[in-house]
Structure formats: C-alpha cells, structure tokens
Design a protein around this ligand. Structure first.
Ligand code: IFM
Length: 420
C-alpha cells in the first residue's frame, strides 16, 4: 500500500489568499476604468476570436460576448463588504491576506490626499489584525490614478517620485500594523501586456518602451523599498514576481539552450535589478513552459477555464531554482486557476502543497502560501467570467459562498496548523 505523505509546515507559516483592489473592491476610478468604458464593445466583439476554441465556450459565450462583462463597476463590492469576506477567510482558518491599496482612491488628484480613503484602509487593516490575520500590502497592482497615467505613468522615470511619495504616505499612515509590503505586482507582465502586446492600457506596442518600462519599474521598486526601509528597517519589502518554470522537453542542445534563455528573460533579467532591495521574494506561480527546439509545447493534459496548461507540481522546481539563485525567503504571493465549476481546484491545491513540501525538504525557505484568489474577481481584459475565487460571488445579489474546494482547503489548513 502506498504510504500517505506526512506534510509538515513551520508553525509560523502564512496560510492565506490574495486579491487586488480594482479586481474586487468595486467603484474605482483609475486609468483602467477609463479604458474599460472605451473598450467594452471591442472586447466583446473579439471574444469569439480569442475563446471559441475553449472547451467551455458554450458556457462562457453569453458572458464573454456581453459588453457589460468588461466594466468593473460595482463588481464584488468588497470595499463595503470586506468584513464579511474576512469572516469567511477566518472560516477557512487563514492567518494571512494579501491585498492592494488603490492609489487612485488615496490620491485622486496629484498631491491631494483623500483622508476618508486612508481611514478606510486603516480600518481594513485593523479588521484583519483583530482576526489575527497578517496583512500583506501591495502598492501597485496594475491600476494608476488618472492624473499619473496622463503624465506618462511609469514610462517617465521622473514620475517615479510620485510613486515613492505614495509608498511613504501609506507606510506612515498604516504604521506598525503592517510588516510585509509588495511594491509592484508582476512588473514584467504589466510592461508586456500594456506596452508590447498592446492588450492593456495604454495599448502600446513598442519594444523600446517595454524595455524602458522594465528599467523604470525596477527603479520604482528600488526607490520605494529604500524609502520604506528608511522609515523603519522592520518592514519586509518585495515585489510579486510572476514566475514561470521553463524546462526542455527533450535532451536536444537547442531545447536546453532555448529553455535556459527563456528562463533568464522571464525571471532573472528583472530580478537581478531588484534583488538587493528585496527582503524576501514574492512568487506568483500559474504555469510552466515546456520547450522543444525553440518552441513552447506544453503537455495540456489538464486545462483551466482560460485554457492555461495546469502543471501545479512544477512549482517545486520554480521554487528550488529561485532559492538556489537568490537565497531569499519566499512567499507564494499568488497561485490558483480559473475553475468555475470547482472541479479542479482541490486537485490543484493538493498537488501544489505536496510540491511546496518537497521544495522545502530540499532547502527552500518557504514562509507562506497565498491562494489567488480569496473571492471571484474582475479578470482585467477578460472581465468577470473567469472564476478564480475560493469564495464564489453572485454578482447580482453580491452573495458569497465558499466553494467545496474552499471548505476542503480550510480543513487542510486547520489540520496543518494544529499538527505542526
Ligand atoms: O488576476 C490576476 C492578477 O491580477 C495578477 N496575477 C494573475 C491573476 C490571474 O490571471
């Protein structure tokens, strides 16, 4: 009979979930909301071209072709319902939560701070602390105040000073109730989608600007981290790095060479620029890429609702590689899948936990796991139909329910926390 693996995690391990402001709060006003209104029809019209091949097209077709799917509007209304969501988080036995502060709420006009919004986020953090949940704050998760994007956003290096000022303001206002800070979420993805692929605002397609964005975002992280550390060295600062494990599918020299080059471009080019200003490493893991020759050709045995190849076990190698190269403690700041009928989430999480455990046995200093997402969220240019939440949201009534995988996951966390 096969022996059941004995999982054990450190006592202080952070078990939690993640969100970002624009994706769950509702009623934001930033460069994304402006873009949404201008692009609803185009996104709805292009939906069949992008998603028709998906197995679940019959189920998603109606939503994907509906222009209102692409407007974040009131969304899950987490801004006013956060206490209810935190109770569910506690119900799942979690002790950590990652969220972002919506810069456009806090500084709607350049230099004018919105006292009410700041007070809101203080209450928000207090609500977590009262529940013994460790807050992990993100400062930039793809959305910008309109005034900042109008002066060129991060494209202009001289604008970084506004981001640093915002970082300083937030850290001073939240004070010691916060310890973990993520300056920027998935910097390269943001640069690529917005400045190379032209898919996200401001829809540019310039290699030169993308390269400049990489450098400016790295500079923005380094400046913000220095500012935060100058306030107090106790703050633990990082970025949330979108990390993909790239491996050769065969032994051919070309496959191995291409995999190594791709991995370097995907991870190391950016990380090398910021690692000195990171106290830990935030890792967002969703997929790996298998390379034959110079092409990516994934197994595709299991796919998410978005058609992403599901290889949760490869997170082990992603973690081991990052540990070996950068020698920093790691927190998985995002990991999850779009799975509306919840048929694969439990399997995904269990495979991930086993892989994390193997990585830790091999020396990785892993300090936390935050599932993406706590609740169903607005998935940027895809809108509302992809369902990433442990908690499902009925967008009409705003009613929340724990998905079966979330109930199961809560039991696992309880067991792991009590037996370590
Ligand atoms: O929803 C996004 C999140 O904003 C950034 N990381 C990937 C998630 C799923 O696509």
């Amino acid at each position: 009979m096969q022996k059941k693996p004995q999982l054990s995690f450190p006592k202080k391990f952070l078990w939690g979930a993640a969100t970002s402001a624009h994706q769950v709060e509702g009623n934001t006003h930033n460069q994304w909301t402006v873009w949404e209104f201008e692009n609803t029809i185009a996104l709805a019209t292009r939906a069949s071209y992008h998603f028709e091949e998906l197995e679940n097209w019959p189920q998603i077709k109606l939503a994907a072709k509906d222009p209102s799917n692409y407007v974040s509007a009131k969304g899950a209304d987490h801004y006013t319902r956060y206490a209810e969501d935190f109770d569910l988080l506690k119900n799942m036995q979690m002790n950590a939560f990652r969220f972002s502060i919506e810069w456009s709420r806090v500084e709607p006009q350049e230099g004018a701070w919105n006292v009410e919004a700041i007070e809101h986020y203080k209450q928000y953090v207090n609500a977590l602390k009262r529940r013994n949940v460790e807050p992990i704050v993100t400062l930039f998760h793809f959305t910008l105040p309109v005034w900042f994007s109008e002066i060129g956003g991060f494209e202009k290096r001289r604008n970084v000073k506004y981001f640093t000022r915002f970082a300083e303001k937030i850290i001073r206002e939240l004070g010691i109730s916060v310890r973990y800070v993520v300056t920027i979420n998935e910097p390269e993805l943001y640069a690529i989608e917005s400045y190379l692929g032209g898919h996200w605002p401001p829809n540019k397609t310039s290699k030169w600007t993308t390269w400049r964005m990489f450098n400016n975002l790295a500079y923005a992280h380094n400046q913000a981290a220095r500012t935060i550390h100058a306030i107090n060295r106790r703050y633990k600062v990082s970025i949330a790095k979108n990390s993909c494990y790239v491996y050769a599918g065969d032994n051919a020299v070309l496959s191995r060479f291409s995999a190594a080059v791709l991995q370097y471009i995907r991870d190391d080019y950016f990380l090398k620029k910021v690692v000195k200003q990171c106290d830990w490493l935030g890792v967002n893991y969703y997929f790996s890429d298998r390379v034959y020759g110079y092409r990516v050709h994934n197994p595709d045995k299991k796919l998410s609702d978005l058609g992403w190849d599901l290889s949760p076990e490869n997170i082990q190698y992603a973690l081991e590689r990052l540990h070996e190269k950068y020698q920093l403690p790691i927190i998985i700041t995002e990991n999850g899948l779009a799975d509306a009928d919840d048929s694969q989430r439990q399997w995904w999480i269990s495979q991930t936990l086993l892989a994390m455990h193997r990585a830790m046995k091999n020396g990785v200093k892993l300090e936390g796991y935050l599932h993406w997402s706590l609740l169903d969220n607005f998935e940027w240019d895809k809108g509302f139909w992809p369902r990433f939440g442990l908690i499902s949201v009925d967008y009409t009534t705003k009613k929340r329910s724990l998905r079966p995988s979330a109930v199961w996951y809560g039991k696992i966390i309880k067991y792991l926390r009590e037996n370590n």
